[in-house]
Design a protein around this ligand. Structure first.
Ligand code: AMP
Ligand code: GLY
Length: 436
């Protein structure tokens, strides 16, 4: 079957690698892709939000499976577009409809959903511009720190952890009165701060049956020891050593099952990934956020640890027959280190030649912001590469990934040197379940 992946990051390169290895993949297309995906399939110059062009391409190239990488096309209703258009209605697509994608695209929707279905999450109240005074009074009654979240998609920048009531009131007014986050900030969720260590858990579901994929820990801040501004993600490790049987059992019974049952009860047909952003509060999993897609760079450690045929799994997800496939995992750990352009997440240069790529032999190099300039791979974004390595234990995976990182360079390259360090204190007790 011919397969189309939408997106252009390291996540989509990791999808492309796994999919290109499947005997079920004939032609692979990536729209728009990057220099890494060009080696695995054909890059197509179409934006993931250009629905009519995507639809025409699917028809003309007899695409039999569409996989949506990023959140924006899902939030804009790509699944609904396919369903409305007769000539592509039956083409399997992995990703929820617009209403299902609200788990990610509206923090208020997600919070109301969790409250209704008893899913553990931080206490909160939502306010809009007609409720400024009430909101300010509410903030005064909260403990510090307090978390403010713009309701809509804000590319990872819409969450502000405020260390004083004064700061919280200023941010609250900026969001609602000065449109600091544009449309995304027309409602604001004011939430209790949760103290603990974060973990990402990924679920693939066809709306009835589900598979829990390997867990991962993401490193979001730009600086060592989680300091400085937030980024798209500077590295990841899978599995997460503290995700033991007891913890994962709580995740499944208190979060995964009620989420899938809740979607069903709401009449939302959800066929795609659910990314649970969790925080471990004294061994109790709490939901910080839902995403309606895989994580980046978590995919670059999660997918290399899946040994079953990803095409079969994704096709079954879209067709509603996920219960008929088995999830098999590679028991090794994986670590990815993201190499970024100097200056990221602020201003950075593009078009800088990358050296050392031809010398990598053992580990995986996933491209994110790259492109070809004649025969040379050059930088083309903030996050440029994600280097993934396996190891019997996370310690070995971390060490091996850094060995490869040290052989690659370009002008002003930056990466964190502490990816995985916080996890090395735990014995690896991670368990991985896959239930229906
Ligand atoms: P989000 O965009 O929802 O992933 O939030 C970004 C980051 O803010 C998360 O990864 C957490 O580190 C942090 N965060 C969000 N909500 C909370 C909360 N209620 N308590 C503590 N930290 C939070
Ligand atoms: N790495 C976090 C995300 O993909 O949202």
């Amino acid at each position: 079957m011919n397969i189309l992946i939408l997106g252009s990051g390291g996540r989509e390169h990791a999808f492309a690698l796994k999919i290109s290895q499947s005997p079920n993949c004939d032609k692979l297309f990536i729209a728009p892709g990057n220099a890494g995906t060009a080696a695995l399939g054909e890059n197509v110059d179409i934006k993931p939000t250009a629905f009519p062009e995507i639809g025409d391409f699917v028809v003309q190239n007899e695409v039999g499976l569409v996989i949506v990488g990023p959140e924006v096309p899902l939030a804009l209703g790509i699944k609904d577009y396919f369903e409305q258009r007769e000539d592509i209605r039956d083409v399997p697509l992995v990703g929820p409809s617009k209403i299902g994608a609200q788990l990610e695209s509206s923090k208020d929707f997600a919070k109301r959903f969790m409250l209704k279905y008893g899913i553990p999450t931080a206490g909160y109240t939502t306010f809009d511009h007609t409720q400024i005074q009430e909101g300010l009074e509410y903030i005064q009654r909260q403990q510090i720190p307090v978390v403010l979240k713009a309701d809509g998609l804000a590319a990872g920048k819409g969450v502000i952890i405020c260390k004083s009531q004064h700061e919280a009131c200023t941010v609250f007014k900026e969001m609602l009165l000065e449109s600091k986050f544009g449309q995304a900030g027309t409602k604001v969720v004011v939430e209790e701060f949760l103290e603990g260590i974060e973990i990402s858990v990924f679920v693939l579901t066809d709306g009835n049956s589900y598979k829990i994929l390997p867990s991962a820990k993401d490193y979001k801040r730009i600086g060592e020891n989680d300091t400085g501004p937030n980024t798209g993600g500077m590295g990841a490790v899978s599995p997460v050593p503290f995700a033991d049987l007891e913890f994962m059992d709580k995740v499944e019974t208190r979060i995964v099952i009620p989420t899938i049952d809740g979607l069903k009860a709401e009449g939302i047909e959800y066929r795609g990934f659910i990314f649970l952003g969790l925080i471990n509060v004294k061994n109790e999993p709490m939901v910080i956020e839902y995403n309606a897609r895989m994580g980046d760079p978590e995919t670059q450690v999660v997918f290399p640890r899946i040994s079953s045929d990803l095409v079969e799994m994704l096709w079954s997800t879209a067709k509603g027959t996920l219960d008929q496939v088995q999830l098999e995992l590679d028991s090794r750990s994986a670590c990815t280190v993201v190499m970024v352009s100097g200056g990221y997440p602020g201003k950075y240069e593009k078009g800088i030649p990358i050296n050392g790529l031809d010398k990598v032999s053992d580990n995986m190099v996933f491209h994110a912001g790259t492109r070809y300039l004649q025969d040379q791979v050059v930088t083309n974004g903030g996050r440029v590469l994600a280097i993934t390595a396996y190891g019997e234990h996370p310690v070995e995976a971390v060490k091996s990934a850094y060995q490869t990182v040290h052989g690659i360079n370009w002008k002003d390259v930056y990466y964190r040197t502490d990816i995985g360090q916080d996890l090395l204190q735990w014995p690896n007790k991670a368990v991985e379940t896959s239930s229906e």
